[in-house]
Design a protein around this ligand. Structure first.
Ligand SMILES: Cc1cc2nc3c(=O)[nH]c(=O)nc-3n(C[C@H](O)[C@H](O)[C@H](O)COP(=O)(O)OP(=O)(O)OC[C@H]3O[C@@H](n4cnc5c(N)ncnc54)[C@H](O)[C@@H]3O)c2cc1C
Length: 440
């Protein structure tokens, strides 16, 4: 392994691969280090039946289509991983797999960083942390210390057969919790689903997928989260050809909905009295998107078939009219609790001044407060689409542009304390050759 590089990219998920493509376009020498395999999380950190949440025409990078899937189909997770491997081959990504980055520290008295890895030390002028937003599964502190129940995070859920016999409490109703609850319900399990604040866009409306609607409406490009929406998750699925998540329909199919899970005391789970409010807010979000879509279609004279039936909200099931305030888990036959409570990030390996007082990455559009350190793949890094497949590709471009710009500034450095007022050799060269130059 080479012992120095200009830009070191840590992680070869989609973020690291996109980063490499854009660095190559700028002619920036770089290396991508991945501790497992390319796109490992799509292979081993997701359940068996998972397919991409967006259609194949949308959930991809510009440089390659999915060869074996129709553009409107939803790509199974293994094929998503295969896609990124093929992408890395197509764009000659200089990736080394099986190499973990264990520590990054700023060099003293000279530019760059010392990068310690499981296979030696590398000197890098810049480091891009592309280690993923959905990294460390979160199981909240309220989880009961009770050996009667099997508890796992959705990152460790694979299929219904993996779980012991009995009913299941799924805590969290974003895309993961909802999909897992629906799968368990179809497999004949009694399922309780704890529903917090959520958005639930229509899978499709007037013949167009919601990914298309959010695109044309400019929603994916929103740069700022709406105030108060920090804990609002999104419930969508591409499973079984894709359908709109409707919690009331899920309840009519047999799932018992409960409010946000607040505590467990002596085997009894207590739920907030917010179930109806959460469902109503989800419906309002759903209907608002239909309104925006209709207004856009009318404004632009789009010939799309009207779909008035999309506005019909099913009647309240009993579990919504008479919500449970608490549940004795053992009496309800519950043997498993599945936590669909999200993920956190672990940057302990990155010992630089790029974090705020809460330990969160401190950055603007991925450019961190420590010059030379970048973050990629985080939710809302630059916009709403940032943590998703199509969004990270665009963010990687922003970061590569920044790196190229900084290299260009540095290429204009003559020697410490002397800035030439006359055209330098590199200025002269740049008139015929725009490639950035290293400071020697
Ligand atoms: C259940 C689930 C479903 C999703 N479905 C979709 C979807 O359908 N469409 C969509 O657009 N997005 C989806 N996402 C969101 C996002 O696209 C994925 O999470 C995606 O895997 C993120 O890619 P990434 O490259 O940012 O991070 P990751 O895929 O997490 O890749 C980071 C890589 O860094 C490596 N790494 C970490 N630390 C180190 C280290 N110290 N040294 C070396 N390597 C390291 C890891 O091994 C990993 O391979 C989903 C997320 C989840 C959790």
């Amino acid at each position: 392994m080479s012992t120095s590089t200009d830009t070191l990219v840590v992680g070869a998920g989609q973020a690291g691969i996109a980063m490499s493509e854009h660095l190559s376009r700028h002619g920036v020498p770089h290396l991508v280090l991945e501790r497992d395999r390319i796109a490992e999380r799509w292979r081993t950190a997701r359940w068996d039946s998972l397919v991409a949440n967006g259609p194949a025409w949308h959930d991809r990078f510009p440089g390659l289509t999915f060869p074996a899937i129709s553009p409107d189909g939803f790509v199974p997770k293994e094929e998503v991983a295969d896609y990124f491997e093929a992408y890395a081959r197509k764009f000659d990504v200089p990736v080394r797999t099986g190499v973990e980055v264990t520590r990054v520290t700023p060099n003293q008295g000279r530019p760059g960083f010392t990068v310690e890895t499981s296979q030696g030390t590398i000197d890098a002028q810049r480091v891009v942390a592309a280690t993923g937003a959905f990294q460390t599964p979160v199981i909240p502190a309220i989880a009961p210390q009770d050996e009667r129940f099997t508890q796992l995070h959705t990152a460790d859920y694979r299929n219904p057969e993996q779980l012991p016999e009995g009913a299941v409490l799924v805590v969290g109703a974003g895309s993961s919790g909802t999909q897992v609850a629906a799968e368990l319900n179809r497999a004949g399990r009694q399922v309780y689903l704890s529903v917090g604040p959520h958005n639930r866009p229509p899978r499709a409306y007037r013949g167009r997928d919601f990914c298309w609607w959010l695109g044309v409406l400019g929603e994916w490009d929103n740069e700022v989260r709406r105030p108060g929406s920090e804990h609002v998750t999104i419930a969508v699925t591409g499973a079984r050809g894709g359908y709109t998540i409707d919690f009331r329909e899920l309840a009519h199919a047999g799932v018992t909905l409960v409010g946000r899970t607040e505590s467990f005391v002596d085997g009894v789970a207590r739920f907030a009295s917010d179930l109806r409010a959460n469902l109503d807010a989800g419906d309002a979000n759903y209907l608002a998107l239909l309104d925006d879509a209709d207004a856009y279609a009318e404004r632009n004279g789009l010939d799309l078939p009207p779909e008035p039936e999309a506005r019909v909200i099913p009647p309240d099931p009993d579990c919504v009219s008479n919500p449970l305030a608490e549940l004795d888990l053992a009496k309800a036959g519950i043997t498993t609790i599945i936590w669909a409570a999200g993920f956190s990030q672990d940057y302990r390996w990155l010992e630089v001044d790029a974090f705020d007082a809460d330990g969160k990455p401190s950055h603007q559009r991925g450019v961190s407060s420590e010059p030379g350190v970048y973050f990629l793949g985080l939710p809302w890094l630059s916009r709403r689409g940032s943590s998703f497949i199509w969004g990270v590709w665009h963010d990687a471009k922003l970061i590569a542009d920044h790196i190229a710009k900084m290299r260009d500034y540095l290429a204009r450095y003559d020697s410490p304390g002397s800035v030439s007022a006359t055209p330098s050799a590199s200025d002269a060269a740049s008139s015929t050759d725009s490639r950035p130059r290293r400071v020697s």
